[in-house]
Each structure stands twice: as structure tokens, then as C-alpha cells.
Design a protein around this ligand. Sequence first.
Ligand code: SF4
Length: 507
Amino acid sequence: MSLIREEDVIESVAAALQYISYYHTPDFIRAMGRAYELEQSPSARDAIAQILTNSRLCAEGHRPICQDTGIVVVFAKVGMGVQWQASRDFEAMVNEGVRRAYLNPDNKLRASIVADPAFKRANTRDNTPAVIHVELVAGEQVDITVAAKGGGSENKSKFTMLNPSDSVADWVLEVVPEMGAGWCPPGMLGIGIGGSAEKAMLLAKQSLMEPIDIGDLRVRGPRTKLEELRMEIFERVNALGIGAQGLGGLTTVLDVKVLDYPTHAASLPVAVIPNCAATRHLHFTLDGSGPAQLEPPDLGLWPKVQWTADPSARRVQLDGLTRADVESWKPGERLLLTGRLLTGRDAAHKRICALLDAGEPLPEGLDFHGRVIYYVGPVDPVGTEIVGPAGPTTANRMDRFTETMLGKAGLLAMVGKAERGPEAVAVIARHRSAYLIAVGGAAFLVSNAIRASRVVAFPELGMEAVYEFEVRDMPVTVAVSAEGESVHETGPKAWRGKFAGIPVAVE
Ligand code: SF4
């Protein structure tokens, strides 16, 4: 009979969370490398190059792949023959592991969890609690899978109750375009079919814990109806042309995973959950012999892709930027930003717009006239860093504030990730503003462009405070021009249908 020590669980969970914050899994690296080789859309290829370069930098520097270090999800299979040497219950052990991982001073991770979600939304400061699923199984060991799921991709999860005669693939093809690019493709789709409503969601999430292997499946051919379904969805979704970061391209998904479960004769519950460019999960087993031993991956696994700024990119000086400069930017054009920009995301926008709409002044020193805002919530710096990983957050959450920010606050342009909604695009065109995107999932790379940082307003909001960053050659792409042309509309249209027949990664 195995004796599992409390400290082994805590230490292993903490080590696993640190590990996945900076190491992509080998299957993911291989699949992304293959997507890079095959990609023909210059914008999508540039985005994938940034993701791969960022991934390698994070593996070498032991810093997070993305500024959103995720909500922790744990799947545990506890053998019924196990004995415990523990004073805490299992959930408390896991949460202690989460706490230690996220507060580790050598690689502090961003605490993103808020309690009282419908009202106060107060940050718990240590990223606890995790979402924990425990199964009791036969045997004498404890199998644990730890994942850190980004909010941008989790927010795009979908669920439906189909009629039993409906096509699962058709529904998935209907909802994927609605997800936009806020889930930071290329990534994976996890699909759960059957059971009850909550079981289908759980299956979808669990399926994402499996390695990317659609290349093998493609070579040997599907043997079951579920494998046929995986292949069909994989090919049809990629044929949509959404591409990396929604810019239009050949690879939107690196794999499609499906798990199913018996269901009621009247029902066909289906869930789809996307996993993003920061796909992070790790499996380990405890058998009483001590904490999990996690081997670092071989750095030779990473393809020899080194992103460098496009020499034809336009250099933009942010200090002294004028409306005429902004109006001259072309949709899809690559820019390198130098100078000072302000930051802000959900909580800061809410406060700023409430003050402006009430005719009250902004906090002293906070002035958006003639400035550019970057939607970001950075990781705290460690050592000599100026700022931790600082990639963009999903911009359309700020859509409802855009009129006030452009009209009353005097903002000139915005930087975020993924598409804007039609109303925000119309507001941008009306104010002759522009919306720029940085690559989601390349946060460490982006932070290398930040040369100075100071808090300007709302320090009590932590990572959601307004900072002023001084940047040098920060790479962005014009996603919505002053004319209101959106590359998230035009890009996928141009690449729709070009995927057919292109081989994918073989493990
Ligand atoms: S890659 Fe995108 S969706 Fe994933 S955690 Fe980072 S910002 Fe969020």
C-alpha cells in the first residue's frame, strides 16, 4: 500500500506549475514548428515566428510564456489503495502547491483569480483556488494532471444541446468563426460529446490534456467514427483561413481532440473549449517514493526560428504622435513603436470612463490626449527586469469604453490582441483613430521592447493599474485603420479554403 505524503503533493504541484509556466510541451513545439514551415501568409508566419522565439526565450530564461499565467485546473485520479500522511485535505494540498508556485520569488507568476466574481472581484493575490476534479480509481498511486488555462481562450468556450440528429461538425464550424481570435490561435480545440451539460464541458477540457498527434492520425487514417470526426473538424476549421492571431492563414488549429460519454436518448450535449498558443499542462504520478521528478526538455527540440523585426516595418515615434500620423497607417502594415505609451485594461477603463462620464477629473498626472494605450496586465518583474512578460490582452472587452476613451479622454490609438466588434470599428473610423495588435502568446518577447515602466494611476489595482511604459521597437500590426478597415475581416476571407491537402506535423 503506497503512503502519499502531503509535502510530496504540494511540492509536485508547485514544481509542475512553475515548469509549465515556461516550458511548452514537446508535441506542441513540434506542431507549431511544422505550422511555421507550412505557413504561406506573411502575417501569420511572422506571428508564429514570434510565438516560437518567445517559447524558446522562456525555456532558456525560466520566465512565463504569457503574462496570463492562467487559472489552475487539476485532474487527479486517486487510487483507492492509497494511504495518506497528511493534515490537510486534498484540495488544500493542491492550493498550497498553487500558492507556492505563483509566489515563487525566482519566477513570480501573475495572480489572476478574483473572488466574489459577480460583485467585488477581489484578487486573491496567490492565484488560488484551483479548479480541482478528483476521481477515485483502482490502484495504489495518485495521477495528477496540472494545467494553467489562459482567460482569453477559456472565455471562448461554447456549449450547446443539439438535437440527436444534428451534425456535431457543422455546429463546431458555426461557432469557431464566432470565437474570433481572442483565444490566440494556433492552438487546439477540445470537444466533449454526450453525458449531461456539465459532463460535456468536463470532457472537452479533459481532452485538451492529451498530446498533439493528429499528424499520426492523418498518416495512418482514422479507425473509428470519433477519429473521422476529429479529421473532419481539423480540416474544415483550418480551411476557414482564420490563421495565427486571426490574421488569415493556413493553420488555425494544431489538433482537434474529442472525448465522448453515453448520454440521454433525447439529448446530444456538445462542448468546445479552445486551448491557446500558451497551451500548458503536465502529468505526473505519485507512488509514495517522493515528489515528482520533472526533467527539463531538450532545448534542441525548438526549431531554429529566430524572430527579428521586419526590416520594411515602419518606425513610429510615439512622443509627439499626431492624428495625421495615425491616419497614414495602412491595414496590415507592421509598425515598430518607440517612445512612451500608457497601459490599461478592464478595471482601469471602468474607473476612467466612470470619472469622465460624470464630468470629474482623472487622477493627477493621467492624461490620454495624444497618447496610445496598450491593453496589458503585466507579470511582476524579477531580478533586474523592468517588467515581467507583458503581452496584449483581448481588446474587445474594452469595446464599450472606446467612444469615451477616443472622444472624451483624447486617446489617439490602441494596442491589444484579436478583433474589435463592429461598433468599436465604427467608433475608431469616426474618430480617425487606429487599433494595433501585438502577438498574444509572445509576452516575454514583447517585454524585451519595454525599457522603462512606472505606475501612473490606480496602484491598488495591481497588474490592472495604469502604467507608463517606455518602449523601443515594439512590434505591432495595424489591425483597424482610420478608415475602419479590419484585417480580422479581410485576412481570413483571403485565406479561406487554401488549407486543403497541406500535410500537417507527424510526431
Ligand atoms: S496565449 Fe492568449 S489566450 Fe493564451 S493565456 Fe496568453 S493571452 Fe491568454
